[in-house]
Design a binder for this molecule. Structure first.
Ligand code: ACO
Length: 383
């Protein structure tokens, strides 16, 4: 992409731009308040609110997972985009809490959606994952190799928390957000991004698995974090990466209508706002209601910003994520959504309903066929 430093957005030499055309979110129904948290670990509502800005978070039920929440968010994003899942070329799920090491959460969602022409994979970059994933999708679109992608950030952090550690379990929540991103000949959409990591900080924030080199210091499949170190890292890289990505996009920080940051701690946002000399109302914040939902926090905040009319056509917005790795990522988007043709939307809604009904039955029939085959195999004569 060519960068113009005179305030003009970058021009794509091949004339293909990557624009967000759909968005959706899904959170569990169960709300856990700070008071409920204080019955689990030694803490208070006042401490949590004052030190983090969090009032409550959503916690997944036994029937919910990163895959089911991601699927619900994806369905909504596809409805807004007014497209069928068969139009998807690629599905990327940013998550640190997949149901399996493999198959990818993206594969489960691909099957449930009936997105039979799409490739899919999971991306692990902790709380920066959604911005990384969106950049991967945007690059594939702008290169001309694909046309439409679904990018999901989905987490069930409650399953990997150490519920005896008050310095971490109070911070996190569960949820998912998704966007549909599509090729367009209209300049705008994803303009620039900066993706970075610093593995020297890999032991500041982690979830060790059974495969980790054992030193007995940390619990397997439970998150641990050196909070104040991560806090210092976050305040440094958010400010730095926002400056870098706006410069790449040929705009200034002041041109940003809204910054949609990873929702980790209200005090991190206040520190960054001060460093950048911006009012706090330029930062989207909803962590008071959802806590830190890791890779899901940016798409959830983006959805709520759109619903609250905080973003208008042609506005410049920035996304910025930071977390485990250590990793961080920032992106500038020039917002612009195609006008909806209401008649076509209604027709497509009927087609989508019929499509999802067909997909549901097809999945059941295929699984039933497989069970019948396995059963009858026992009675077939051996060759
Ligand atoms: N309730 C009451 N007291 C507490 C609690 C609690 N829930 N948690 C810690 N404390 C106590 C500590 O024990 C400590 O007590 P002490 O002084 O007697 O030892 C005191 O509060 C201060 O502890 P700190 O850790 O210094 O508290 P701090 O103000 O730094 O806040 C926090 C901790 C909220 C974790 C903060 O450091 C933070 O938000 N860090 C950044 C987290 C982040 O950005 N994560 C993003 C990435 S997440 C990802 O990638 C998955």
């Amino acid at each position: 992409m060519v960068t113009h430093k005179n305030g003009t957005p970058p021009i794509q030499p091949n004339g293909i731009y990557a624009r967000i055309v759909g968005w959706g979110m899904a959170v569990p129904d169960y709300v856990m308040t700070n008071d409920e948290m204080s019955a689990i670990v030694e803490t208070t509502d006042a401490w949590i609110q004052e030190r983090t800005g969090i009032k409550e978070r959503r916690i997944a039920s036994d029937k919910e997972s990163s895959a089911t929440l991601g699927y619900r968010a994806a369905r909504r994003a596809l409805d807004v985009a007014n497209i069928l899942p068969i139009d998807l070329d690629l599905i990327i799920v940013a998550t640190s809490t997949p149901e399996h090491i493999f198959p990818a959460t993206a594969s489960l969602i691909q099957d449930w959606l009936g997105a039979s022409r799409a490739g899919g994979f999971d991306l692990s970059a902790a709380c920066s994952g959604f911005v990384y994933a969106l950049d991967m999708a945007a690059q594939s679109i702008r290169s001309g190799s694909i046309r439409t992608a679904l990018v999901i950030g989905s987490e069930t952090m409650s399953r990997v928390l150490d519920w005896t550690d008050r310095s971490t379990c109070i911070l996190f929540g569960d949820g998912a957000g998704a966007v549909v991103i599509q090729a367009s000949d209209q300049p705008g959409g994803v303009l620039s991004s900066v993706l970075r990591s610093d593995g020297a900080g890999c032991d500041l924030l982690a979830i060790p698995t059974e495969n980790a080199r054992e030193n007995g210091e940390h619990k397997v499949n439970r998150m641990y974090m050196a909070g104040s170190e991560v806090f210092k890292f976050a305040t440094r890289v958010v400010d730095e990466s926002l400056r870098q990505t706006t410069e790449k996009a040929g705009i200034s920080i002041e041109d940003l209508k809204l910054i949609v940051p990873h929702q980790a701690n209200q005090r991190i946002l206040a520190t960054v706002a001060k460093k950048l000399r911006l009012d706090m109302d330029r930062f989207m914040s909803n962590m008071d209601r959802y806590g830190n939902t890791s890779a899901a926090s940016i798409p959830i905040a983006l959805c709520e910003a759109i619903e609250q009319n905080k973003i208008q056509q042609n506005d410049y917005i920035a996304l910025v994520g930071f977390g485990g790795g250590l990793s961080w990522a920032a992106m500038v988007i020039q917002w612009g959504v195609p006008q909806r043709d209401e008649q076509r939307s209604r027709l497509n809604e009927q087609r989508r309903k019929a499509f999802y009904w067909f997909v549901w039955w097809r999945r059941r029939v295929l699984r039933w066929q497989r069970s019948v085959n396995n059963f009858t195999k026992r009675f077939r004569p051996k060759q």
